[in-house]
Design a protein around this ligand. Structure first.
Ligand code: PAF
Length: 282
């Protein structure tokens, strides 16, 4: 496995005409990322290297968010990546990726990117789309794998690839969970022992939403409010719990609900100082 830090080194390492299977990350890797890397390995065709980028992208953090304290653990990440099947780690520093302020940006449409995560984190998806577009130009992958835990991110990036006719297949990887059901996330590392024990409530609340829909309840606003109340009662500060259409994360109409529209429930909530997100297809 090669570890490279510049665009020139990366291009030399990929070499030749072959493309790559790509997993963009911000590092501080856990089993969820490693599963994406193994998935990329299984999707890679003969001769195509698996490339993992590690870059904490300032553009997608608001000034009050955790950019400065986001864990940087490159040496340990590399130890985990090699056995997972990674061939090339691309770990640029900020001067390499943003040698001058990034004036050209990719602004995703408001109806996809200013809702849910984008409502609570204004500019987040512009930051994500801009860095991913840039990484796509640098790596030129044939296939790129993103975790379904960031469900809206995956949808926004898939549409970006479609609308710009990028010759890149955007693939989703299943969310990995701890034994108690908590979705794996780098931000779980911020939780105290008590908070870690409580964190499982988020996935429990989502499963309760699924049970209510499975039981025939179709009053989405009531179900969402019940989930918000359950979180608040246990000391969480929820941003949203939202039952949406999988395809575009819009609110389903009554007709669509009756016709069995594929749905997903998405949630974001703060536990202490840590903001966690999760989702469940219904
Ligand atoms: O999901 C992430 O880790 C980041 O948003 C991504 C896709 C690597 C872009 O910085």
């Amino acid at each position: 496995m090669k570890v490279v830090h510049t665009i020139a080194e990366l291009r030399a390492a990929i070499g030749g005409p072959q493309r790559a299977a790509f997993v963009p990350t911000m590092g501080n890797l856990h089993e969820g990322h490693l599963a994406l890397v193994r998935q990329a390995k299984s999707l890679a065709r003969a001769g195509e290297p698996v490339v993992v980028s590690i870059f904490v992208n300032r553009l997608q953090f608001a000034p009050h968010e955790d950019f400065d304290r986001y864990p940087r653990t490159l040496a340990r990440d590399c130890e985990l990546l090699e056995p997972a099947g990674c061939d090339i780690v691309f770990a640029p520093d900020e001067r390499e990726l943003y040698p001058e302020p990034q004036g050209y940006k990719v602004n995703p449409p408001a109806e996809l990117a200013d809702i849910l995560e984008g409502h609570f984190r204004p500019g987040f998806f512009t930051g994500v789309c801009t860095v991913v577009m840039k990484l796509f130009q640098i790596v030129q992958p044939r296939v790129a794998v993103f975790g379904q835990k960031d469900y809206q991110q995956l949808m926004v990036l898939r549409r970006m690839a479609q609308q710009f006719a990028l010759p890149i297949e955007v693939v989703g990887g299943q969310t990995r969970r701890a034994d108690d059901g908590l979705a794996l996330s780098s931000r779980n590392g911020y939780l105290s022992a008590d908070e870690r024990a409580e964190a499982v409530t988020l996935s429990r609340v989502l499963r309760a939403v699924r049970s209510q829909l499975d039981g025939g309840d179709r009053d989405l606003a009531k179900i969402e409010q019940g989930a918000l109340d359950a979180l608040t009662a246990r000391g969480w500060k929820p941003d949203y719990v939202a039952i949406r259409r999988r395809a575009d994360l819009q609110v389903p109409t009554a007709e669509q609900l009756a016709a069995g529209e594929p749905l997903v429930v998405l949630a974001a909530a703060k536990l202490g100082a840590t903001r966690l997100i999760d989702n469940l297809e219904l």
